[in-house]
Design a protein around this ligand. Structure first.
Ligand code: AMP
Ligand code: GLY
Length: 427
């Protein structure tokens, strides 16, 4: 079988490595892939947002199945276009992808169907939003409506900060058209949990839970990033919380999408906060998370392609989705300066890391001499699994210590909080 994977980051690398475990998969093509993915798939330089280019490629080079991994092509209707060519796909159509692409759509859906989330107001008019933040409860959270590379959210402790966030999004256009509409919402508190779930629009099968580390600095300080590391499973996601999520969030969300006439098929990502009032939705994503996928898929015991095809064929109810009882840790290695300005093109020395861990390439390339070089903010995910979380973390950091480049940056505390929670539980 020939499989097409749209995307070129660590998440796609993890998906490709998992798909390769199926012996029926004879060829994988990544559009555009990256220097690390090139070891596992044929990379063709078509950008993931170039939907016409992707369609042209598939017309000229038929594939048996396509996986559209990133949010942008999903929101742009890549799956709709591939379906029109008769290609079976994994991923939601554009209508269903609105659950991520428009925060207003997602918030209104949750309100209409009673799915627990932060209270909110929507504003199209900057004057009205500025008036609102003069009296709203603090802290407050200002979110750009559309896709903003995870950077459209500002948590504001003061009225001045809230007014500045509104102005940045609505007046200065800091997030482009994404920010012409904003959601201003209640600040929630509690541990965050990421749950990726397979759904075919009929049943929902959650994957092992995970914990992202979004801030750039140790101890959750500094700016928000695309994710500096992950662990799975997340110790805050107890069986009780999981049962409530299934009844109060997962099943109602799938039913709500059906009722709205946009059934969701693919991987639905629930960004959850376990508050004193129970679990609530912070955000939905219409795709696998990055770097959550890098810790979740290594723990999947079932065949990924079989599950993805069952999602497309709406036979997920009959298809087992099983995970190991082990744990995983992914430490993200980033370019110095990320998520602000950073340099590219630094030569990477992997040392013995490839023998010690699974390396998922996010932003890597080759220079003229063929050296592996940095080509993005987040560069390399170093991932290890083990029977227990502490061993997985220790292994990932031992492998990460092998990797060197000029200006390399990493968080030293991935999984530290999860371990503290586990240890407290055992006392
Ligand atoms: P989002 O892009 O919506 O996931 O937001 C990015 C991050 O901002 C989340 O992972 C949370 O850490 C934080 N956040 C978003 N919304 C809220 C909220 N209502 N209350 C507290 N923190 C939030
Ligand atoms: N790790 C968060 C995301 O994929 O959106």
């Amino acid at each position: 079988m020939k499989i097409l994977v749209v995307g070129g980051g660590g998440r796609e690398h993890a998906i490709i490595k998992k798909l390769k475990q199926n012996p029926a998969v004879t060829q994988i093509v990544a559009l555009p892939g990256n220097a690390g993915i090139a070891a596992d798939a044929e990379c063709v330089p078509v950008r993931a947002t170039d939907i016409d280019g992707i369609v042209d490629y598939v017309r000229a080079n038929p594939v048996d199945f396509a996986v559209v991994a990133p949010d942008d092509p999903l929101a742009l209707g890549c799956v709709d276009r591939l379906h029109a060519l008769g290609v079976k796909c994994f991923g939601p159509d554009a209508k269903a992808a609105r659950i991520e692409a428009s925060k207003v759509f997602a918030k209104d859906l949750m309100k209409k169907y009673g799915i627990p989330t932060a209270a909110y107001e929507v504003f199209d008019d900057a004057e009205k939003a500025l008036e609102y933040v003069k009296n709203c409860p603090l802290p407050t959270v200002v979110k750009a409506d559309g896709l903003a590379l995870g950077k459209g959210v500002t948590i504001c402790e003061t009225r001045e900060a809230a007014a500045a966030a509104v102005k940045a999004a609505m007046v200065d256009g800091a997030f482009g058209a994404s920010g012409s509409r904003v959601v201003i919402e209640e600040f929630l508190q509690g541990p965050e949990v990421s749950v990726l779930a397979f759904t075919d629009g009929h049943v929902v099968k959650p994957m092992v839970s995970s914990m992202d580390h979004k801030r750039a600095g140790d101890g959750d300080t500094g700016l928000n990033t695309g994710g500096m590391g992950t662990i799975a499973p997340n110790p805050c996601y107890t069986p009780e919380v999981a049962a409530r999520c299934m009844q109060e969030i997962f099943l109602p969300t799938v039913a709500a999408m059906n009722a709205e006439g946009c059934p969701f098929k693919g991987c639905l990502y629930f960004g959850l906060m376990v508050t004193a009032d129970g679990p609530k939705v912070i955000e939905y994503n219409c795709r696998f998370g990055d770097p959550e996928t890098q810790v979740v898929l290594p723990l999947l015991n079932s065949d990924l392609l079989t599950v993805m095809r069952a999602v497309e064929d709406e036979t997920l109810a009959q298809t087992p989705v099983e995970f190991s009882d082990g744990a995983a840790c992914c430490v993200m290695l980033a370019s110095g300066g990320y998520p602000g300005k950073y340099e590219k093109g630094k030569v990477i020395d992997l040392g013995k890391a490839p023998e010690m861990a699974e390396l998922y390439h996010s932003g890597t390339g080759r220079d003229r001499e063929g050296n592996l070089v940095t080509a993005g903010g987040r560069v390399l995910g170093v991932c290890c699994t083990a029977d227990d979380l502490k061993t997985a973390i220790d292994r990932a950091y031992a492998a990460a210590a092998q990797v060197k480049w000029d200006g390399m940056m990493l968080r030293r505390d991935i999984g530290k909080r999860a371990l503290a929670i586990l240890n407290k539980g055992e006392e």
